[in-house]
Ligand binder design. Sequence first.
Ligand SMILES: *Cc1c(COP(=O)(O)O)cnc(C)c1O
Length: 384
Amino acid sequence: MSEGIKMDVRRRAAGVAEIDLSALRRNLQQVKKRIGRREILAVIKANAYGHGAVPIAQFLVGEKRSMEISLLGVAYLEEAIQLRKAGITHPILLMTGCPIEQIPEIVRYQLTPLLFDAASLAALSRYAARRGERVNVHVKLDTGMGRIGLPVSEALPFIQTAMEQKGIRVEGILTHFAEADLKDLSFAKKQFEALKQIWTALQKAKMKVRYCHLANSAAIMHFGAAHFNLVRPGLMLYGYSPLEEETEIPLKPILQLRARVIAVKKVPAGTSISYGRTFFTRRESLIATVSIGYADGYPRLLSNRGVMIAKGQRAPVVGRVCMDMTMLDVTEAPSLSVGDWVTVIGEEGGEAVWADELARQAETIPYEILCGIGERVPRIYKER
Ligand SMILES: *Cc1c(COP(=O)(O)O)cnc(C)c1O
């Protein structure tokens, strides 16, 4: 990154996210270590879980790179078009389906939709065949998630019909786990068995389909039997574990988020802080106002609960988190001054606050913390 951009970001007052691409590479190596010769679909939906879909895709599958990623996964057409317009030519799986009104763009941008209903299948094959095109599709089965997909009982006839269409190439079949993050994998095993049964039947019938997949990060990490021939890591690429239990797998969060000190003031005991006056200082205190709020994705539930790092000291959030600003008790960090940075997510001076800790305090999951980081926060990318 150029010095010019760095200067520009430094001059800004809002929060700044710094993304370590070398850590992303190491997390990807942890995926590879577990899957042998199976292939990888890197999940970069929701702006790559808040990390910036285009730069992350460029790092993973850009012209000069070879990270051995077979496909990219996004949720919606708009996300895929953004990648195509940025010059990403890699296969992209549209993981929410194939809306009929989007078929012209799906074909034009050479995207790979999920299929799970007869109407989309008919419309897509007609549209593609008329243009002499053949569109890769993956057939989605619902084996227990209850979200999207065909019932298992309808899978084989549907796949058979799809394979007979001129404009269609069935490249994959897949399903999605509902609770592969739990220590108790009994429901996950049922889902795995259901997919395996269809996969085995396809092979017996000599119906050639290239990919069979269902492993998300959780299954990659602790359900090796479910890897089939393609895995779909999301969260673990960004450095967090979805697992209920502790893991030995060394993942490293790739994003650190900092905010700027806008004001510091010494106030007497009994001073109320922020909207609703939910906090009163109990002693003479040093209070810092920092440049991040719920509009930037810092959850309002962290009011009087969250913690940031100021000058290497953990500093509690005091009073309610505001839209653009948050107050901290920095009495233990007396040298903090206006213009300094505090760490919202990340490590500083031997202390660390990561998105999983914030998530627990805010009664959510690290996924939601990461993909909630707002548009106002510039992302800067480093490769060490
Ligand atoms: C989001 C998503 C994933 C990735 O899940 P992680 O838990 O982040 O690894 C995989 N597959 C599908 C269909 C998804 O929607």
